[in-house]
Design a protein around this ligand. Structure first.
Ligand code: NAG
Length: 174
């Protein structure tokens, strides 16, 4: 186990030292999503900021997911500077959202952010749901893909925070 961690660390260092575009590399490293009990939706900031940017978010539901889900699913993502986009409800079982093996595309309006470096999903309900991957496209920045491939636990923000490993100096200027 220790040697595995050591090898992984070496790989990560090797990848980082060669990376011209750190975020793409990070998204390809396929790290595991984590529960974040201290994650808070930044509602005040989201409301005070005009919804002046549009994002396209694609969510592919795994072929191992339940055939459909009636769970309530929320999304939050943002940058390293505290700008956050929060969507309280993405689910809509009547239109077949998040069915097994399907890809759903959402046009989301929210505050403008710099490069997306974290993303969390929140699920509440009894059906369960396994997203395969979530990709955020925002104008002027590299699209970022977050790989889940695992059940989202009930009632907790669950996802990825790459912001600490992110180098702001490489961000494209808005
Ligand atoms: C959880 O989210 C907060 C932001 O609300 C962040 O500062 C913290 O680093 C996150 N924790 C983990 C383990 O990613």
């Amino acid at each position: 186990m220790k040697s595995l961690i050591f090898i992984l660390t070496l790989c990560i260092i090797a990848v980082f030292s060669q990376a011209a575009t750190p975020l793409i590399t990070l998204s390809q490293s396929h790290s595991q999503p984590e529960a974040n009990e201290s994650f808070k939706v930044n509602q005040a900031k989201s409301q005070n900021t005009a919804s002046s940017c549009t994002y396209t978010v694609t969510i592919k539901t795994s072929c191992n997911s339940p055939s459909y889900t009636r769970d309530q699913i929320s999304l939050a993502f943002g940058d390293a500077y505290g700008y956050q986009v929060y969507v309280p409800r993405l689910d809509d079982p009547r239109s077949g959202t998040f069915e097994r093996c399907s890809t759903d595309t959402f046009q989301i309006h929210g505050p403008c952010t710099y490069q997306t470096c974290y993303l969390y999903l929140y699920r509440s309900g009894y059906d369960g749901w396994i997203p395969e991957q979530v990709t955020v496209y925002s104008y002027g920045y590299n699209p970022v893909t977050f790989y889940y491939n695992t059940y989202i636990p009930n009632g907790i923000w669950y996802g990825f925070d790459y912001c600490r490993g992110y180098l702001p100096s490489t961000a494209a200027e808005k």
